[in-house]
Ligand binder design. Structure first.
Ligand code: TYD
Length: 144
């Protein structure tokens, strides 16, 4: 395994770039996400973004309880995060690196390269009530 990973080393309450276990040989590479490794939450849902135009901005919302692990399985894109006080920017461009996004972060995804794809592992089933889609509402919620 090229990338070793221990969830003990990651603070899952802050956005973090982590290694996704990868098996690489002369035939290519294979990445693995399974129970507790490297995403230490029950994986209740997997969804993926693809065919995203380069000028599109996805996300623009926060989640109240959802933990996510986002992986650029193809190409690259930018993830901007905001907890109501601090902003951070991550460029995802490798299937062997993933970004953990805890609850309570306003996120926007943009600058998708042609042919890129985002694979997202989520700790809950889809629940529209878990979304905050208005930034001012989010800023108030984040203060509380
Ligand atoms: P949305 O979360 O707004 O996408 P993004 O944040 O990437 O821009 O979801 C887009 C649409 O897909 C919306 O109609 C809800 C639907 N959807 C589901 O039905 N299930 C899901 O798991 C997700 C993530 C979205």
């Amino acid at each position: 395994m090229a990338n070793c990973y221990s969830s003990k080393m990651t603070d899952w309450d802050v956005p973090t770039l982590i290694n996704v276990p990868e098996f690489r040989d002369g035939l290519g590479a294979l990445g693995v996400v399974e129970k507790d490794s490297p995403f230490p939450f029950p994986i209740k849902r997997v969804y993926f973004l693809y065919d995203v135009p380069s000028n599109a901005v996805r996300g623009s919302h926060a989640h109240k309880d959802l933990h996510q692990l986002i992986v650029a399985v193809s190409g690259s894109f930018q993830v901007d995060l905001d907890d109501g006080q601090n902003q951070s920017r991550f460029i995802l461009n490798s299937p062997s690196r993933g970004l953990t996004v805890p609850p309570g972060y306003w996120r926007t995804l943009r600058n998708f390269s042609a042919g890129s794809a985002a694979l997202v592992f989520a700790s809950s089933e889809y629940n529209p009530d878990d979304y905050i889609r208005d930034y001012d509402e989010f800023a108030e919620w984040a203060k509380a």
